[in-house]
Design a protein around this ligand. Structure first.
Ligand code: UDP
Length: 243
Protein backbone atom coordinates (compact mmCIF):
# COMPACT_ATOMS: atom_id res chain seq x y z
CA UNK A 1 0.00 0.00 0.00
CA UNK A 2 1.22 3.52 -0.83
CA UNK A 3 1.89 5.82 2.11
CA UNK A 4 -1.50 6.95 3.47
CA UNK A 5 -1.88 10.66 4.21
CA UNK A 6 -2.63 9.89 7.85
CA UNK A 7 -2.15 6.71 9.90
CA UNK A 8 -4.31 7.99 12.77
CA UNK A 9 -7.47 10.05 12.38
CA UNK A 10 -9.42 11.45 15.34
CA UNK A 11 -7.47 9.16 17.64
CA UNK A 12 -8.36 5.99 15.69
CA UNK A 13 -5.92 3.96 13.59
CA UNK A 14 -6.59 2.91 9.98
CA UNK A 15 -7.59 -0.60 11.13
CA UNK A 16 -10.07 0.85 13.63
CA UNK A 17 -7.98 0.35 16.78
CA UNK A 18 -7.29 2.83 19.56
CA UNK A 19 -3.58 3.60 20.06
CA UNK A 20 -3.30 1.25 23.07
CA UNK A 21 -5.22 -1.66 21.54
CA UNK A 22 -3.78 -5.04 20.48
CA UNK A 23 -4.88 -6.79 17.30
CA UNK A 24 -7.28 -9.73 17.79
CA UNK A 25 -5.53 -12.87 19.04
CA UNK A 26 -6.46 -16.52 18.47
CA UNK A 27 -4.54 -19.36 20.12
CA UNK A 28 -4.67 -23.13 19.85
CA UNK A 29 -2.26 -25.27 21.87
CA UNK A 30 -1.24 -28.76 20.68
CA UNK A 31 -1.93 -28.57 16.95
CA UNK A 32 0.85 -30.92 15.75
CA UNK A 33 0.83 -34.60 16.66
CA UNK A 34 4.46 -35.38 15.96
CA UNK A 35 5.99 -32.53 17.98
CA UNK A 36 6.38 -32.79 21.77
CA UNK A 37 4.66 -29.43 22.05
CA UNK A 38 3.06 -27.04 19.59
CA UNK A 39 0.94 -23.95 19.22
CA UNK A 40 -0.88 -22.02 16.51
CA UNK A 41 -1.00 -18.28 17.15
CA UNK A 42 -2.86 -15.59 15.23
CA UNK A 43 -2.00 -11.97 15.94
CA UNK A 44 -4.12 -9.81 13.65
CA UNK A 45 -3.16 -10.96 10.16
CA UNK A 46 -0.04 -12.78 11.39
CA UNK A 47 -0.38 -16.56 11.45
CA UNK A 48 2.42 -18.61 12.97
CA UNK A 49 2.97 -22.17 14.17
CA UNK A 50 5.54 -23.16 16.79
CA UNK A 51 6.79 -26.72 17.36
CA UNK A 52 9.02 -27.91 20.19
CA UNK A 53 11.07 -31.11 20.22
CA UNK A 54 12.93 -32.24 23.29
CA UNK A 55 14.65 -32.53 25.59
CA UNK A 56 16.40 -34.85 23.13
CA UNK A 57 19.88 -35.92 22.04
CA UNK A 58 22.12 -33.20 20.63
CA UNK A 59 23.37 -33.57 17.08
CA UNK A 60 26.09 -32.66 16.25
CA UNK A 61 27.39 -33.92 19.59
CA UNK A 62 30.08 -31.28 19.99
CA UNK A 63 27.24 -28.79 20.60
CA UNK A 64 26.35 -30.59 23.85
CA UNK A 65 26.74 -28.71 27.13
CA UNK A 66 27.77 -30.86 30.08
CA UNK A 67 25.81 -28.85 32.67
CA UNK A 68 22.74 -27.67 30.78
CA UNK A 69 20.49 -28.13 27.77
CA UNK A 70 21.14 -26.23 24.57
CA UNK A 71 18.15 -24.29 23.34
CA UNK A 72 17.90 -23.84 19.58
CA UNK A 73 15.35 -21.58 17.89
CA UNK A 74 14.68 -21.54 14.16
CA UNK A 75 12.43 -18.80 12.80
CA UNK A 76 11.38 -19.21 9.19
CA UNK A 77 9.06 -17.25 6.94
CA UNK A 78 7.18 -19.30 4.35
CA UNK A 79 7.75 -17.96 0.85
CA UNK A 80 3.99 -17.37 0.53
CA UNK A 81 3.72 -15.49 3.84
CA UNK A 82 4.34 -12.04 2.36
CA UNK A 83 3.15 -10.11 -0.68
CA UNK A 84 6.46 -10.24 -2.57
CA UNK A 85 7.51 -13.88 -2.51
CA UNK A 86 10.07 -14.44 0.25
CA UNK A 87 13.16 -16.24 -1.05
CA UNK A 88 13.22 -19.61 0.80
CA UNK A 89 15.97 -20.36 3.28
CA UNK A 90 17.78 -18.50 6.03
CA UNK A 91 18.86 -14.89 5.57
CA UNK A 92 20.38 -12.24 7.83
CA UNK A 93 16.98 -11.21 9.17
CA UNK A 94 15.78 -14.71 10.07
CA UNK A 95 19.11 -15.47 11.77
CA UNK A 96 18.75 -12.30 13.84
CA UNK A 97 15.10 -13.01 14.71
CA UNK A 98 16.02 -16.59 15.70
CA UNK A 99 18.81 -15.35 17.98
CA UNK A 100 16.82 -12.66 19.80
CA UNK A 101 13.78 -14.95 20.14
CA UNK A 102 15.91 -17.71 21.67
CA UNK A 103 17.38 -15.19 24.09
CA UNK A 104 13.85 -14.02 24.95
CA UNK A 105 12.88 -17.54 26.10
CA UNK A 106 16.10 -18.96 27.57
CA UNK A 107 15.83 -17.07 30.90
CA UNK A 108 12.56 -18.86 31.82
CA UNK A 109 13.66 -22.39 30.87
CA UNK A 110 15.24 -24.59 33.56
CA UNK A 111 18.04 -25.58 31.20
CA UNK A 112 20.17 -27.01 34.01
CA UNK A 113 17.65 -29.86 34.47
CA UNK A 114 18.64 -31.37 31.11
CA UNK A 115 22.44 -31.53 30.67
CA UNK A 116 23.74 -32.89 27.33
CA UNK A 117 20.35 -32.48 25.67
CA UNK A 118 18.71 -30.16 23.18
CA UNK A 119 15.42 -28.29 23.26
CA UNK A 120 14.58 -27.40 19.67
CA UNK A 121 12.04 -24.69 18.88
CA UNK A 122 10.80 -24.14 15.33
CA UNK A 123 8.64 -21.22 14.31
CA UNK A 124 7.07 -21.09 10.87
CA UNK A 125 5.42 -17.89 9.73
CA UNK A 126 2.49 -18.74 7.43
CA UNK A 127 1.21 -15.19 7.02
CA UNK A 128 3.03 -11.99 7.97
CA UNK A 129 1.75 -8.51 8.74
CA UNK A 130 4.45 -7.02 11.03
CA UNK A 131 5.03 -8.42 14.50
CA UNK A 132 5.98 -11.93 13.45
CA UNK A 133 8.86 -12.19 15.93
CA UNK A 134 6.53 -11.31 18.81
CA UNK A 135 3.84 -13.71 17.53
CA UNK A 136 6.55 -16.39 17.26
CA UNK A 137 7.74 -15.86 20.84
CA UNK A 138 4.16 -16.00 22.17
CA UNK A 139 3.57 -19.25 20.26
CA UNK A 140 6.94 -20.76 21.22
CA UNK A 141 6.39 -20.02 24.91
CA UNK A 142 3.13 -22.02 24.78
CA UNK A 143 4.67 -24.81 22.70
CA UNK A 144 7.40 -25.18 25.36
CA UNK A 145 4.74 -25.43 28.08
CA UNK A 146 2.80 -27.93 25.94
CA UNK A 147 5.97 -30.02 25.62
CA UNK A 148 6.19 -30.13 29.43
CA UNK A 149 9.47 -28.24 29.56
CA UNK A 150 9.88 -26.91 33.12
CA UNK A 151 9.69 -23.11 33.00
CA UNK A 152 9.72 -20.32 35.57
CA UNK A 153 6.86 -18.59 33.73
CA UNK A 154 5.46 -17.91 30.29
CA UNK A 155 6.90 -15.17 28.10
CA UNK A 156 4.65 -12.73 26.27
CA UNK A 157 5.64 -10.32 23.52
CA UNK A 158 4.26 -7.38 21.57
CA UNK A 159 5.64 -4.28 19.92
CA UNK A 160 5.05 -0.66 20.66
CA UNK A 161 5.90 2.13 18.27
CA UNK A 162 5.26 5.66 17.08
CA UNK A 163 3.13 6.71 14.10
CA UNK A 164 2.01 10.25 13.26
CA UNK A 165 3.80 11.38 16.46
CA UNK A 166 1.55 9.11 18.59
CA UNK A 167 2.62 6.05 20.59
CA UNK A 168 0.76 2.94 19.43
CA UNK A 169 0.65 -0.65 20.62
CA UNK A 170 1.22 -3.62 18.30
CA UNK A 171 2.01 -2.07 14.90
CA UNK A 172 0.50 -3.53 11.75
CA UNK A 173 2.33 -3.63 8.42
CA UNK A 174 1.47 -0.08 7.25
CA UNK A 175 2.30 1.38 10.66
CA UNK A 176 5.59 -0.55 10.62
CA UNK A 177 6.40 0.65 7.08
CA UNK A 178 5.46 4.29 7.46
CA UNK A 179 5.81 4.83 11.23
CA UNK A 180 8.60 6.59 13.11
CA UNK A 181 9.57 3.84 15.55
CA UNK A 182 9.05 0.12 16.21
CA UNK A 183 10.06 -1.44 19.54
CA UNK A 184 9.38 -5.17 20.06
CA UNK A 185 9.32 -6.19 23.73
CA UNK A 186 9.05 -9.59 25.44
CA UNK A 187 8.57 -10.06 29.16
CA UNK A 188 7.48 -12.41 31.91
CA UNK A 189 4.19 -11.70 33.73
CA UNK A 190 6.18 -10.23 36.65
CA UNK A 191 7.78 -7.66 34.34
CA UNK A 192 11.22 -9.15 33.67
CA UNK A 193 12.16 -7.95 30.17
CA UNK A 194 13.75 -10.62 27.98
CA UNK A 195 13.65 -8.86 24.59
CA UNK A 196 13.94 -5.18 23.76
CA UNK A 197 14.75 -3.98 20.27
CA UNK A 198 14.33 -0.59 18.68
CA UNK A 199 14.03 0.54 15.12
CA UNK A 200 13.63 4.32 14.66
CA UNK A 201 13.60 7.04 17.29
CA UNK A 202 11.78 7.66 20.58
CA UNK A 203 12.55 10.36 23.15
CA UNK A 204 13.37 9.28 26.72
CA UNK A 205 9.83 10.04 27.89
CA UNK A 206 8.28 8.28 24.90
CA UNK A 207 10.45 5.25 25.62
CA UNK A 208 9.22 5.09 29.22
CA UNK A 209 5.59 5.57 28.23
CA UNK A 210 5.95 3.07 25.37
CA UNK A 211 7.42 0.46 27.70
CA UNK A 212 4.42 0.85 30.02
CA UNK A 213 2.09 0.33 27.04
CA UNK A 214 4.02 -2.76 26.00
CA UNK A 215 3.82 -4.06 29.58
CA UNK A 216 0.02 -3.77 29.58
CA UNK A 217 -0.12 -5.46 26.16
CA UNK A 218 2.07 -8.33 27.36
CA UNK A 219 -0.10 -8.82 30.45
CA UNK A 220 -3.20 -9.02 28.25
CA UNK A 221 -1.45 -11.59 26.05
CA UNK A 222 -0.32 -13.57 29.14
CA UNK A 223 -3.96 -13.95 30.21
CA UNK A 224 -4.93 -15.28 26.76
CA UNK A 225 -1.93 -17.65 26.79
CA UNK A 226 -2.98 -18.98 30.19
CA UNK A 227 -6.55 -19.43 28.99
CA UNK A 228 -5.32 -21.35 25.91
CA UNK A 229 -3.30 -23.72 28.12
CA UNK A 230 -6.26 -24.22 30.43
CA UNK A 231 -8.47 -24.95 27.44
CA UNK A 232 -6.23 -27.88 26.59
CA UNK A 233 -5.19 -29.05 30.06
CA UNK A 234 -7.86 -28.15 32.61
CA UNK A 235 -9.71 -31.24 33.74
CA UNK A 236 -13.32 -31.02 32.76
CA UNK A 237 -15.72 -31.96 35.51
CA UNK A 238 -18.45 -33.11 33.11
CA UNK A 239 -16.36 -35.98 31.74
CA UNK A 240 -16.05 -34.47 28.24
CA UNK A 241 -12.60 -34.35 26.67
CA UNK A 242 -10.95 -30.98 26.02
CA UNK A 243 -10.38 -31.76 22.35
N1 UDP B 1 8.47 -8.56 5.57
C1 UDP B 1 8.37 -8.86 4.24
N2 UDP B 1 9.40 -9.55 3.63
C2 UDP B 1 10.53 -9.94 4.32
C3 UDP B 1 10.61 -9.61 5.67
C4 UDP B 1 9.56 -8.92 6.28
O1 UDP B 1 7.36 -8.53 3.59
O2 UDP B 1 11.43 -10.55 3.73
C5 UDP B 1 7.34 -7.86 6.23
C6 UDP B 1 6.50 -8.84 7.04
O3 UDP B 1 5.11 -8.50 6.95
C7 UDP B 1 7.00 -8.57 8.46
C8 UDP B 1 7.19 -7.07 8.39
O4 UDP B 1 7.78 -6.86 7.11
O5 UDP B 1 6.07 -8.99 9.44
C9 UDP B 1 8.05 -6.47 9.47
O6 UDP B 1 9.27 -7.12 9.53
P1 UDP B 1 10.26 -6.92 10.75
O7 UDP B 1 11.64 -7.26 10.26
O8 UDP B 1 10.04 -5.60 11.41
O9 UDP B 1 9.86 -8.12 11.75
P2 UDP B 1 8.50 -8.43 12.51
O10 UDP B 1 7.79 -7.13 12.80
O11 UDP B 1 7.69 -9.32 11.60
O12 UDP B 1 8.92 -9.14 13.75
Amino acid sequence: MAKPEKLIENGIRLDGRRPDELRPIKIKVGVLNRADGSCYFEFGLNKVIAAVYGPREVHPRHMQKSNSAVVRYKYNMASFSVEDRKRPGPDRRSIEVSKVSREALEPVIFQEYFPRSAIDIFVEVLQADAGTRTAGINAASLALADAGIPMKSLVSACAVGKVDDTLVLDLNKDEDNYGQADMPVAMTPDGKITLLQMDGHLSGDEFKEGLEMAKKGCLEIAQLQRAALLEKYATRMDGESNE
